[in-house]
Design a protein around this ligand. Structure first.
Ligand code: COA
Length: 277
């Protein structure tokens, strides 16, 4: 009997896009963005990329959602990358690729700009554009038998520059070169040692990811968002950093009711209850 936890069984669906191939779900303070095309190993088509924009908007607007997990339905893949069945019609030359990249890029930009913490939960295959998507999350939790790779050189395409940037940031140029030039697959243990993933789940990757997500959801939202904002600023060149915004995040935390609650809860030896203000 398969006792693995499945997002699709646990979450309350609050948004359905691209004929249900991209779902937004809720589990208390945890949002789930689920790639849901399991018969194609959750390959992501352009309509699903449009859905990503809508799902991120939904989670941004919902104050009760404090953290979002990106996952794949079915247990066999996070995602296997972009949907190759659309390539013959919509990505068959450089001109078509520009439009394809524009639509997919809108979804990616939404994920990059998303202000709430995000976690990629990786089961099964995590390939090509799927790996690029996982790298847009703040960190990655992987099943011990997940499989990683960038098969661009087997398809004859160039991996997107933005994806390359995140990959190099995670694993360094030499290991990214090994991945790109060979196009071979890497085990979850290799992915962990390379820095491609951050946590290796012991038994049930969905349950273990949700446990981490709930821990984040229970923490002070302003503190978590201040940290996320600082990480974004650290990605920029020093002269491009918004020092005023960094100071503003700091000020909001120090003046917040949650900071008073955090102090009181510590002194009263009880769990704090945070409201995000
Ligand atoms: N786009 C479109 N369809 C895909 C897909 C993708 N990225 N990945 C898998 N599929 C489809 C397959 O065509 C197959 O369809 P079919 O049942 O109609 O034949 C179905 O999903 C199952 O795939 P299959 O290859 O039979 O399963 P598998 O478990 O043996 O292998 C993968 C899974 C992911 C390793 C393999 O499908 C694969 O290599 N996919 C392509 C990955 C890739 O190149 N991604 C980069 C895209 S930019």
């Amino acid at each position: 009997m398969n006792t693995a936890t499945r997002f699709e069984d646990e979450m309350q669906v609050v948004g359905s896009y691209a004929d249900g191939k991209l779902l937004a779900g809720r589990m208390g303070g945890v949002g789930v963005m689920l790639f849901n095309q399991p018969d194609k190993r959750n390959a992501v088509n352009l309509e699903m990329w449009d859905g990503v924009c809508s799902a991120i908007d939904l989670f941004t607007a919902d104050d009760e959602v404090r953290v979002v997990v990106y996952g794949g339905a079915g247990g066999e893949a996070f995602t296997s990358g972009n949907d190759i069945s659309q390539f013959a019609e919509r990505r068959n030359n450089a001109e078509a690729n520009a439009e394809f990249a524009r639509i997919a890029g809108r979804g990616r930009e939404k994920m990059v700009a998303f202000s709430k913490p995000s976690i990629a939960c990786i089961e099964g295959y995590c390939l090509g554009g799927g790996l690029a998507t996982a790298l847009l999350a703040d960190f990655r939790v992987s099943a011990s038998d997940a499989i990683f790779g960038v098969p661009a050189a087997r398809l004859g395409i160039a991996y997107a520059f933005e994806a390359m940037e995140r990959l190099v940031e995670a694993v360094g140029t030499a290991r990214a070169s090994l991945m790109l030039y060979t196009a071979r697959r890497f085990s979850a243990a290799e992915a962990l040692s390379m820095g491609l993933v951050d946590v290796l789940a012991e038994i049930d990757v969905v349950a273990e990811t949700l446990e981490i997500a709930r821990t984040i959801a229970d923490n002070a939202p302003l503190s978590v968002m201040a940290a996320k904002h600082s990480f974004e600023q650290l990605r920029k060149a020093p002269q491009a950093r918004d020092l005023f915004a960094i100071a503003e995040h700091m000020r909001r935390c120090m003046d917040s009711a949650d900071y008073r609650e955090g102090r009181a809860a510590f002194l009263e030896k009880r769990r704090p209850v945070f409201v995000g203000a």
